[in-house]
Design a protein around this ligand. Structure first.
Ligand code: SAH
Length: 363
């Protein structure tokens, strides 16, 4: 056995039988003793992966511009709850607040900040990073705990870390992918009968052996986001890697020290994620009568908000021009490279009312 969480999972399977992929996800990422976000240093060069706000401050700065414009379009409400789901190191919120404070002190003065974070360890890191704004900030375990009021929600790489289920289309019908142990007590993938789920129907005509994914957990979070916007008013910006259309495919991936790792090899020591189904998130928002401002690529969203212009302005006074250019190029990628961040990452923006928000234009 390679680590303590493996040991814990093996014992769990020995006493209760195989576990589902969503149970495995929750243990790997959030187990209080050995979960990844409670024990490891995920972010930056010394960590396991680099997220957009860690690549460049421009990412959060442009989001600040988006929020300023959205605030004006919503009629400049005089009390605003700015909620971030899964703030990581706090870097994105830091850049957002710095720019809003500088450009629109009137907006800044009506903001309170609400961070949804279930890792004690990351909460401490966020407290340090955001110490200059600490009077404005509160932490919560879930969205439903945040006090009522007009709301902006931002989430970058949050939904990809929420547990998924996997199913396999076989000649004997649809089976759920589970994790079992072999005779050497090593974790292995296996199959079991699934609980019946109504959303299977759209997947049934695919080929034998194909895997498809659902995420009841992600659906619940999206329902909470939609409910809140419907009740309190406001706009949500969800950024993550994923696909515009629902489909088949095994997208579960583990990342350790900036390399792909086998998902069963290092539970709790590697980040575990999957690609987000933006069609499903948009459908849930629409079922709650939200207005979808748009769902586009990260590249189009940030270019539409002027990321290159901001970069050139910064370059004039920076001794780090090359670094700036490289980082923005990394965030934007090119239209031809579907695996680049700019194409792989999508941005979904939804509001409680029909409203024109840059860079989206309504018909
Ligand atoms: N948004 C950050 C970090 C992304 S990593 C960035 O872009 O750099 C995912 C973040 O979501 C971490 O802060 C993790 O602790 C948090 N998280 C994951 N699952 C969560 C859950 N169920 N509830 C609350 N926070 C969660």
């Amino acid at each position: 056995m390679s680590n303590k969480l493996t040991e814990k999972i093996v014992n769990l399977i020995k006493s209760n039988g195989p576990i589902t992929i969503d149970q495995y996800f929750a243990l790997c990422l959030s187990d209080l003793e050995f979960g990844y976000y409670n024990t490891c240093n995920p972010f930056g060069l010394s960590g396991d992966f680099i997220t957009a706000p860690e690549i460049s401050q421009i990412f959060g700065e442009i989001l600040a511009i988006f929020l300023i414009c959205a605030w004006e379009k919503h009629g400049s409400p005089q009390s605003v709850k700015l909620i971030e789901m899964g703030p990581g190191s706090g870097a994105m919120m830091f850049d957002i607040l710095r720019v809003i404070c500088k450009l629109r002190p009137d907006f800044f003065s009506v903001l309170s900040i609400h961070l949804i974070e279930n890792s004690e360890r990351l909460r401490l890191i966020q407290k340090q990073k955001l110490s200059s704004y600490i009077d404005k900030i509160s932490w919560y375990l879930g969205l439903d705990d945040v006090p009522s009021g007009f709301t902006f929600i931002v989430a970058n790489e949050f939904f990809d870390s929420l547990p998924i289920k996997q199913f396999i289309i076989t000649k004997d019908g649809i089976r759920e992918r589970v994790i079992d142990i072999n005779h050497n007590q090593v974790l292995v993938f296996s199959e079991a009968d699934p609980e019946i789920e109504e959303n299977f129907i759209s997947y049934c005509d695919y080929t034998y052996g194909a895997i498809f994914e659902t995420s009841p957990y992600r659906d619940d979070v999206m329902r909470s986001v939609s409910n809140r916007l419907g009740l309190e008013g406001g706009t949500a910006v969800i950024i993550d890697y994923g696909h515009f259309r629902s489909g088949i495919g095994d997208t579960m991936q583990a990342i350790k020290a900036h390399r792909y790792d086998h998902p069963l090899m290092n539970p709790g020591l590697a980040d575990l994620t999957s690609h987000v189904d933006f069609q499903r998130l948009s459908s849930i928002a629409m079922l709650h009568k939200l207005y979808i401002n748009g769902c586009t690529t990260q590249r189009k969203f940030f270019e539409g908000l002027g990321i290159w212009q901001r970069m050139f302005a910064l370059m004039k006074s920076s001794s780090q021009s090359k670094l700036l250019l490289d980082s923005v190029r990394r965030l934007m990628g090119t239209i031809h490279d579907k695996k680049s961040m700019g194409e792989l990452f999508k941005v979904l923006v939804a509001s409680h009312e029909k409203i024109d928000l840059i860079p989206f234009v309504s018909e």
